[in-house]
Design a protein around this ligand. Sequence first.
Ligand code: NIG
Ligand code: FE
Length: 440
Amino acid sequence: MRTLIKNIGLLVGIVPEGVLKKAGKEMAETGTLENAWLLIEDGVIAAFGEMSYRDRRSSVSPEDVGDPLAGARDDRTEVIDAEGGMVMPAFCDSHTHIVYAGSREGEFLDKINGLSYEEIAARGGGILNSADLLHRTSEDELYAQSMARVREMVAHGTLAMEIKSGYGLNPEDELKMLRVIDRIKRTAWQAVPVKREAGSNVAEASSCCGAPTVRSTFLGAHAVGRGYTHEEYVRAVIEMTPEAARYADFIDVFCDEGFFTPEDTDRILKAGAAAGLRPKIHANELAVSGGVEVGVRNNALSVDHLERTTEAQIEALRGSETMPVMLPGSSFFLGIPFGNARGFIDAGLPLALASDYNPGSSPSGDMRFVMALACIRQRLTPIEAFNAVTFNAAAAMGISDSEGSITPGKRAHLILTHPGWNLTRLAYQYRTPWIREVIA
Ligand code: NIG
Ligand code: FE
């Protein structure tokens, strides 16, 4: 199966093969091509190039020697005319909590009336409130509600997502969440809209057309489950880990004030490592927690949140393999500081951005808005923010060898925009409809 996208006004996100992340000044750059074409073969980016002068005016004779487009011009090739639209890699969202039951709309008023995230949690609301509701919700219903969020994210241009457990908080319900994430992994293709052609079997068409990439994270240590003392619960999480590892790709701990200490985190991450799970952890959202350091020591793939950091955390990350991930959507929603993204990049570090889509601190999975917030509130340039929501975001979930950029051989997970868009306009005019088609 071949698809040719022609008349692309701007192709952005071109990265040479073999590069796996961008750091510091490299984040200010991305490969672009104006007036381009891109060829997809069996779901993979096969080639791209510039439209020739003649291409742009009319159709070209396929015999053109040395024309990479020539072989693609046959009846079996689907041709999409981009009509001057921009084509970019789809967003990768490396940090979400989209498997949850219901919502926390009830706490929204408490928040408006001035209660902080910590105060709501201390009153038995927050994560425990979501855990109670999840406990009462059937696995099928939880799956249905979560798939609606996958569809929403795909519609906003996200085609790779990490999903965490963490609203179970006991062995039974944590496993229920991990099974739901696993089911999403296997059925995520159903969230990609297909163009219906008369007589075609839609289900078959979509399963052959590709699916969002899903990664699963065991976040048993999200809060102390009801009925446990703190120490009992840390032990319970350690005991759950081998079973959780049957489904999960990564392990996470909410290492923060009032939740889990760096010592708890270290014990849990060691149990995760023994079960083959690499850490991706929550650190420094509510306080400078020691989470960055314990994450780096345990070779975390990423340390996430980082609303509060000092020079010490920047130093800890320097030279490490750990990707810092910031979540401006939760800063925006909770009214807490935005992470020092500018300082991180200026210090030569890589940076990824994610939505943190969850019912308590970031009820949105719109990565374009994340990109806009990073520009408007964290002073990233549009290209830096773009690299942070695509290529480096793929690195933060361990998939930058196969997606997150326009590179031959990578999965064709793409966004095609309406005519005239570019990365600056995307962040600047942040509420104007822009997506023409999400291509998986
Ligand atoms: O990343 N901080 C911890 N976990 C989530 C919030 C979860 C919730 O409030 O439901 C976060 O912000
Ligand atoms: Fe989170």
